[in-house]
Design a protein around this ligand. Structure first.
Ligand SMILES: Cc1cc2nc3c(=O)[nH]c(=O)nc-3n(C[C@H](O)[C@H](O)[C@H](O)COP(=O)(O)O)c2cc1C
Length: 333
């Protein structure tokens, strides 16, 4: 176990569509005290013309929590950011990293790396409307625009517009020919490029994202950047966050066991069921909690088979828990 304390550093859980909804974030907050939690990307259109309550509401326990926006029109970004701030988000982030066709045709996501002036105008418009930080999540490049100078010029532009915090997924995006999933696996990771960015922009908070899975990996990277953002590992193996949290912020009191974490989640599930939220929309986020431990498969199977019924409630989670032997503190696996 790593016990060093680097409390000025940032640990964040990445925005992930269909994954980091409010139920997932509530659950992850039970695991990590310090991690910044990001919403799924929400388009400016959904906020301005859709059901704001549905897209923006969250639980107070989630703080610190950042809203990620997808969009490019400065006025729409500013209005959506203002709505986000009204709902109480601690940070508004713009997605300049998503490579999907749908997003590209909407002229937002990673393709905006090629339009730094438009991104800067968006940041300026947002900053004139809100007080909380405006941040950017981006890639190290797109297609053949993948040298360091391209990234440096992009970050220079957003810094000029007043953005002081950039999250960099350390691989480029290939905008045609690769699916979003392939775009998270095929272009190679390049951490040194993100380290260099931090050196050249000392006033910018630079957060490294992509391929980080263990506390020791984070400890190896953290001296070069201001923070780390964890995506898939935080979702698929959420208890990894316990080690990561401790590696960056030190040990405070006794660790919870995974069983205790689940029991705390039950109160939340009970409340949400009373509001008619289907059980499966909460249990899908907790399937990976016991990964690698005895009973993990029975846990997953019980939840998958029984949480789908319309009248299923917290008792399904309690029954699933009885399939898993109660071990010591959560990261002992
Ligand atoms: C299911 C899924 C959905 C994602 N959705 C978003 C998104 O809405 N916005 C975004 O900026 N990145 C999104 N990403 C990318 C992640 O935020 C992150 O940059 C990427 O997974 C690399 O980090 P990792 O290697 O730690 O997973 C998504 C990733 C996954 C796996």
């Amino acid at each position: 176990m790593v016990t060093s304390i680097r409390s000025e550093k940032i640990l964040a859980v990445a925005p992930m569509m269909d994954w980091t909804d409010r139920h997932c974030r509530y659950f992850l907050r039970l695991i990590s005290n310090h991690a910044w939690l990001y919403t799924e990307m929400v388009t400016t259109g959904a906020i301005l013309f859709g059901d704001q309550e549905r897209f923006l509401r969250f639980n107070e326990a989630e703080h610190p929590v950042a809203l990620q926006l997808g969009g490019s029109d400065p006025d729409a970004l500013a209005k959506a950011a203002a709505a986000g701030e009204r709902f109480g988000y601690d940070e508004i982030n713009i997605n300049i990293g998503c490579p999907s066709d749908r997003v590209r045709h909407g002229r937002f996501g990673a393709c905006l790396m090629a339009e730094p002036d438009l991104v800067a105008a968006g940041i300026t418009a947002m900053r004139s409307r809100i007080n909380c930080p405006v941040t950017v999540k981006t890639r190290i490049g797109i297609d053949n625009q993948d040298d360091y100078a391209f990234l440096r010029d992009f970050v220079g532009k957003i810094e000029e517009a007043g953005c002081r915090h950039v999250v960099v997924h350390a691989r480029k995006a290939i905008l045609s020919g690769l699916s979003p999933k392939e775009n998270r696996e095929i272009p190679p990771l390049n951490y040194p490029r993100v380290h260099r960015l931090k050196q050249e922009f000392p006033g910018m908070t630079v957060v490294l994202n992509g391929g980080l899975k263990t506390a020791s990996q984070i400890v190896a990277e953290i001296d070069y950047v201001d923070g780390v953002m964890i995506g898939r590992e935080a979702y698929q193996n959420p208890s990894a966050l316990i080690d990561m949290d401790e590696a960056l912020f030190g040990v405070h009191g006794e660790r919870s066991t995974r069983h205790q974490i689940v029991r705390r989640f039950l109160d939340y599930v009970e409340t949400e069921r009373q509001r008619n939220v289907p059980l499966k929309s909460m249990t899908k986020h907790i399937l990976g909690l016991f990964n690698g431990l005895p009973g993990a498969r029975a846990w997953r199977r019980h939840l998958s088979e029984h949480a789908v019924h319309n009248d299923a409630g917290p008792e399904v989670i309690e029954a699933a828990l009885s399939h898993v032997p109660e071990l010591g503190p959560a990261a002992a696996a």
